[in-house]
Design a protein around this ligand. Structure first.
Ligand code: ZN
Ligand code: ZN
Length: 826
């Protein structure tokens, strides 16, 4: 049997790491009283009328489902009796009349010394839940201190303003991060009792310098971890150990701080918070803040006629022509839907024309600019000047600029804003009349956070999810129960990942020699990791513990993945444009690659792997580039398996070897392949965790899959399975790789592998294995229910296929999955 091997590793793991999808928890005015930047009465039609008008525009009704999310009245609670008068007065002065029930409950648990996570919706006032116990303790005990951790400097700065505005005597809140001037650092260490920082600074600065921080750590009463759902995957696993290192240092100084965590709504937050801190954590999840009713529509742009799809991915329409996305995800594919960007731009123009204050969430900056530009153009065509009331928002604005945007929306000078999720950490806006979500944001948790921007008490609002041409989006708009009937995802992290644990133990050993008691603190696998560090000569065992042997500290980047980042440098100016993580650099920065940076196009002249830099020049060719790689995978060990007759389901360790071997140049306008050029790049190795299933050739033959079609069947099933995995775990498809083959030497059978794209695994494959039947059922349904004939980006095609989406067989993929599901228990 010819073993055609197809692989799909995500090249463009390009998600901006600071681009969080969460609410600004710095909302002080969270209790009854004025909501932050509340926009006053609505200007436009009711959501029902608005939706009726929007869906009546085209020939076919694009709405696949409408869900009514009812309004909710707030449940206020009295101020806890332990909260001092001074503090209540300070909050009342900032507009908080009384806490909501969940705030009071979490605050009291924390005040009583329990570790607590409050996991509630957007703008539900999570910050009050930790500010109350922390500040009450600072007022009661003039020596106590509080450490606050946020995933970004911007959020810490917002929170600093909120705490400082309370003007409490002797608290002296201060940010301590990379931007803090040297001259101020010592003062902060000595005098601030409420230090706001981020995990990177804790890891690189505070813990290594613990001697200077001994006074602060000795008196540490609370550790606040804001937006803790952002600590997921490999980054989350690193942060989990940074927190264990913090706990260890506190314990050395005799302190046992209480941890208070704030999370977006997430599945099983107590378990995730427990994994993150290593402590038993109580969850408060009942959101008692008020919410306006929302009409939530699922919107699927229509399929284009097959011939127009190949001529131009986004054919010009009667109004607001949207240029194709420069990095066309599916510019070589025959059958496409109308682009979600274009659909969103039209919807934004229509809602703004109706006088409806609308926020459109778009996944990329470039996309947000395209949506805003096209909505503006369409509005100006209708009424000259009307386009001025739409703007694009990207991250990185100054605080003043963000406040100006809020003000403009508040006063109605601005009616439409297209934004990346960056807005969620910068602009304090709730109570919009309509929210458009261009493409599923990856998790139900994020979806609800974005939709949560719509609606205010007593006022109905509209939310619309516009599906992109992608298996997950398509599945969701046809399976509303997967959105409205399912709990939000659990945050996945795996502190036992040896690739995280070993370097973190090395960092800990530099801070203080490791003792046997510490091994329990760092959890499963710590002993093995220490033994390996000893064998590698990094640690030396002495009677008093394990000592770090080197002069220099180990270099450990919490956010680093897949090797050292590669710097992108403009040759003519020497300007550093940005960095690309090592794992993606071969795909994105090979010689000849077209590289986009903030909407500007560059071409790579040279990739210097030894120096970790790529030299580029500005150029806007009319083609895009698409790297191809060759991947081999070998099974190292099997951790767990299910023997289901002709079908086997496995979880284990694998070695993935890949090499980027060539790239295609394709015309942006038509997707036409210009040529394929060879590349000479070294191979790379990845040891990680994979889930895989095997089928016997006989069972495939019985199911009607011809031998020649087996590779295409497996490959198509693999693509769709990768596309649907985010339904089960908080990953996106760029976190995952896949490989399928009609005969694998290690399994000796037709096999589909899906693996974590991070060294040592990040918990995603493990999660897939644990939910295999539900995951593959959703995959099977997504393929079967897609309206296309031979496969499209909505079902079995992948935008990042290493094999150019060839071979693929849609009908045979359904047969493959039927065989698996018939035999697999559960
Ligand atoms: Zn399809
Ligand atoms: Zn593929």
């Amino acid at each position: 049997m010819q073993g055609v091997t197809s692989n799909d590793f995500s090249s463009a793991r390009h998600t901006p790491r600071h681009d969080l999808e969460s609410s600004p928890a710095a909302t002080v005015s969270a209790g009854p009283g004025p909501a932050p930047a509340d926009l006053g009465p609505g200007l436009g039609p009711s959501p029902t009328d608005l939706l009726r008008r929007l869906r009546a525009r085209g020939a076919a009704d694009p709405v696949t489902h409408v869900e009514r999310v009812p309004a909710r009245a707030g449940v206020p609670a009295p101020w806890p009796s332990w909260a001092p008068e001074e503090l209540r007065t300070a909050f009342t002065g900032r507009g908080v009349v009384a806490p909501w029930q969940h705030q009071a409950e979490a605050a009291t648990l924390a005040y009583e010394g329990q570790h607590v996570v409050v996991a509630t919706g957007t703008a539900s006032g999570k910050s009050l839940a930790y500010q109350l116990p922390a500040l009450a303790t600072l007022l009661a005990d003039p020596r106590a201190t509080v450490l606050y951790l946020a995933p970004t400097k911007a959020l810490a700065a917002d929170q600093l303003r909120a705490v400082a505005a309370l003007e409490l005597e002797g608290v002296r809140p201060a940010c301590y991060d990379g931007d803090t001037p040297r001259a101020e650092r010592e003062w902060i260490r000595r005098h601030s009792r409420f230090v706001l920082t981020n995990p990177d600074m804790l890891h690189h600065g505070i813990l290594p310098g613990h001697a200077q921080w001994s006074g602060f750590l000795r008196r540490l009463a609370y550790v606040v971890i804001d937006e803790c759902h952002t600590y997921r995957g490999v980054f989350g696993s690193h942060v989990a150990h940074v927190l264990r290192r913090l706990r260890r240092q506190c314990a050395r100084f005799g302190a046992t701080p209480v941890f208070v965590l704030a999370s977006a709504t997430s599945g099983d937050p107590a378990t995730a918070a427990g994994r993150l801190t290593g402590l038993p954590v109580t969850a408060v999840t009942e959101d008692a803040s008020p919410r306006g009713g929302v009409t939530f529509a699922l919107w699927e742009p229509p399929l284009l006629p097959p011939d127009s799809g190949s001529a131009s991915p986004v054919p010009p329409g009667p109004s607001s022509p949207v240029p194709p996305q420069t990095h066309g995800d599916h510019d070589d594919l025959r059958q496409v839907r109308r682009s979600a960007l274009r659909e969103t731009a039209d919807l934004l123009a229509d809602t703004v024309a109706e006088g409806v204050r609308t926020l459109a969430f778009v996944r990329s900056r470039k996309g947000a600019e395209v949506v805003a530009a096209n909505a503006r153009r369409a509005l100006d065509d209708a009424v000259p000047g009307l386009g001025d009331r739409v703007a694009a928002y990207r991250g990185g604005y100054l605080r003043e600029e963000r406040r100006e945007l809020e003000r403009a929306l508040l006063h109605g000078d601005l009616l439409g804003l297209a934004s990346t999720n960056a807005l969620e950490l910068g602009v304090d806006l709730v109570g919009l009349d309509a929210v458009l979500i261009c493409g599923y944001p990856g998790t139900r948790a994020s979806l609800w956070q974005q939709a949560g921007r719509a609606g205010r008490s007593g006022q109905e609002a509209l939310a619309v999810l516009v599906a992109r041409d992608d298996p997950l989006d398509t599945y969701l708009v046809h399976h509303p129960e997967a959105i409205f009937g399912a709990p939000v995802e659990a945050t996945v992290l795996d502190p036992a990942n040896p690739y995280v644990l070993a370097p973190q133990l090395a960092c800990a050993a530099v801070e203080a020699p490791l003792t046997p008691a510490d091994l329990a603190l760092f959890g499963d696998g710590a002993k093995e990791a220490v033994d390996e560090l000893v064998a590698a000569g990094a640690l030396r065992q002495r009677p008093t513990g394990w000592y770090w042997r080197h002069r220099e500290r180990p270099e450990v980047d919490l956010r680093g993945e897949g090797g050292a980042p590669v710097a992108v440098v403009e040759s003519s100016t020497g300007r550093l444009l940005g960095t690309v993580d090592g794992g993606s650099s071969h795909f994105l920065l090979h010689p000849g690659a077209v590289y986009l940076h903030q909407g500007v196009s560059y071409v790579v002249d040279q990739l210097d792997l030894a120096d970790g830099c790529a030299l580029v020049h500005a150029e806007e060719p009319d083609w895009s580039t698409h790297a191809r790689d060759v991947t081999e995978l070998s099974v190292v060990s099997v951790r767990s398996y299910v023997d289901a007759g002709p079908v086997g389901m496995f979880l284990g360790e694998v070695d993935v070897t890949s090499q980027v071997v060539s790239y295609q140049r394709r015309r942006i306008a038509t997707g036409e392949v210009i040529d394929t050029r060879p590349l000479d790049l070294p191979t790379r190795e990845l040891r990680t965790v994979a889930v895989w299933f095997t089928l016997s050739p006989q069972s495939l033959a019985l199911a009607g899959v011809q031998t020649a079609d087996v590779p295409g069947a497996l490959h198509a099933a693999e693509h769709a399975a990768i596309g649907l995995l985010p339904l089960m775990a908080t990953c996106d498809r760029w976190d995952i790789g896949g490989l399928s083959t009609a005969l694998h030497p290690d399994t000796e059978a037709p096999t589909v592998f899906v693996y974590d794209g991070h060294p040592g695994g990040a918990g995603f494959a493990e999660r897939a294995y644990g939910t295999a039947a539900a995951w593959l059922r959703a995959t099977r349904d997504a393929i079967a229910e897609c309206g296309c004939e031979t496969g499209c980006p909505s079902c079995v095609q992948s935008p990042k296929c290493g094999n150019g989406n060839n071979p693929l067989s849609k009908p045979d993929a359904i047969r493959v999955l039927d065989v698996v599901l018939t035999n697999l228990p559960g």
